[in-house]
Design a protein around this ligand. Structure first.
Ligand SMILES: [Fe+2]
Ligand SMILES: [Fe+2]
Length: 153
């Protein structure tokens, strides 16, 4: 399993722990269909397609639950005097990601696990490597600034 890169660590233990768990879910999502070139599941035997679909459903449900819990944890941290402009932009970004993930569930069926799992992995990847940089690191800076130097938050 790969690690969240150093420059994307927030220094907030719970947040960093959850980002790592989300990265692990991304790796599992990518592993659902090992054939990167497959456009759909027609080339695979029906038994194999059913197996992939079940694996994808499991990782998708887990990802959605974990992601929503993670957003709630971050949004609770925003109650600690973080500027309103940051809170509004950060919450809007969470809602956008949640919608993008939920949209991938619209096309779920046995025959397109290959494409849908890749699409979910893409949403996750964009989020992990862009949202953290644009929003989560800024949240961490606000919280560290409030805590003051040397408090180790
Ligand atoms: Fe966030
Ligand atoms: Fe986050």
């Amino acid at each position: 399993m790969s690690q969240v890169p150093e420059h994307l660590r927030t220094g907030l233990p719970l947040v960093d722990h959850e980002h790592q768990a989300l990265l692990d879910l991304l790796q599992r999502t990518r592993a659902v269909c090992p054939d990167r070139a497959a456009r759909d599941c027609h080339a695979c035997p029906a038994e194999r397609s059913r197996h992939c679909f079940a694996a994808f459903e499991r990782v998708l449900n887990e990802s959605i639950n974990y992601m929503l819990g993670h957003f709630a944890h971050e949004e609770r941290l925003m109650d600690q005097g973080v500027p309103k402009a940051h809170v509004a932009a950060h919450q809007a970004a969470h809602a956008e990601i949640a919608n993008a993930v939920l949209r991938t569930t619209t096309y779920l069926d046995n025959d397109n696990t290959a494409a849908t799992s890749r699409q979910l992995a893409q949403v996750f990847e964009d989020w992990l490597f862009r949202h953290i940089e644009e929003h989560d690191l800024e949240l961490a800076r606000h919280l560290h600034d409030k805590a003051g130097p040397g408090t180790g938050t």
